[in-house]
Design a binder for this molecule. Structure first.
Ligand code: ATP
Length: 266
């Protein structure tokens, strides 16, 4: 199979420029722009309904932005189908998880492991020949915290608690050997100890070279990881920068006024 040689990209890994989206009369995104640099963990925060998931959907092709431009590795991806975007290495988790509940956890990874991207990149980590995919699937799950010895990877997805389902969602992205993972609220619904165990996992992914965008309401946990955040409010980007500094900006304080998230971040 012939793949076009990608053009060298000296700019940001992802460049979102003036992206807007309306649903009926609702302006869900209004001229949102930001750059994502390779290796970053970038947070996307904002009150409920501020446009965070719409932004993720627009970047990953699940909805089409009305206007603006989205470039990934220097290539225009606006209007591309989600599976094509994933094939380029830009993947996402879903806020509402969608595993195949009737299948064992590890079988949920078989489809991404059979994807053209996983085949092309030669399997999980280290390259080389793709081994038995069931084994590779269990390996991935073990890497992200499914204890192989207690048979958790083999349990049906429907029997897994939220903490494991969140990890399974992440594992489905990792099976594609992504360059970027956009995590839509990976901390939501997790206990304090589950969240605490998720933090080193995210750090490890970053150390392994994966660039992360994290859409989060859990500011305290997010700010331990993210070096940069953008803040949305009513579809507009109202701030961007280092987390602690951004939270001091009057418009951000006003957007979060009265919200529990801000009280829980300090
Ligand atoms: N498919 C849709 N049809 C109509 N309106 C939508 C649709 N998707 C989102 N919206 C509206 O767009 C706005 C932004 O929604 P979005 O889900 O992106 O916000 P959010 O910041 O992710 O919210 P939350 O933090 O509650 O998940 C909201 O007013 C929402 O009701």
């Amino acid at each position: 199979m012939n793949f076009k040689k990608p053009k060298p990209n000296n700019g940001p890994l992802l460049k979102v420029s003036d992206v807007s989206k309306t649903f009926g009369g609702v302006q869900a995104l209004s001229n949102v722009s930001f750059n994502l640099e390779k290796g970053q963990i970038m947070g996307v925060i904002g009150p409920n309904g501020s446009g965070k998931t719409t932004l993720v959907n627009a970047i990953t092709g699940f909805i089409r932005a009305d206007s603006g431009a989205i470039e990934y590795q220097g290539r225009n991806i606006l209007g591309m189908a989600p599976h094509k975007i994933a094939d380029l290495g830009l993947t996402r988790t879903f806020q509402v998880m969608r595993p195949y509940y009737s299948l064992p956890a590890y079988k949920n990874l078989i489809i991404p492991l059979f994807s053209p991207r996983a085949r092309r990149t030669g399997g999980w980590r280290g390259g080389g020949k793709l081994g038995d995919r069931d084994t590779v699937a269990v390996d991935i799950l073990e890497e992200i915290g499914f204890e192989r010895d207690s048979y958790v990877p083999y349990k049906s997805a429907s029997s897994l608690p939220t903490g494991y389902l969140k990890r399974l969602e992440l594992a489905r992205c990792l099976a594609l050997r992504p360059e970027v993972v956009i995590c839509d609220e990976v901390f939501s619904g997790l206990s304090m100890s589950e969240m605490a165990s998720m933090l080193p996992l995210m750090e490890r992914l970053q150390m392994e070279g994966i660039t992360l965008i994290m859409v989060e309401h859990r500011l305290r946990e997010l700010f331990r990881l993210a070096t940069r955040v953008i803040v949305l409010n009513f579809g507009r980007k109202i701030a961007e920068g280092v987390p602690d500094e951004v939270m001091e900006e009057p418009e951000v304080k006003e957007a979060y006024f009265g919200s529990e998230e801000v009280f829980s971040y300090v």
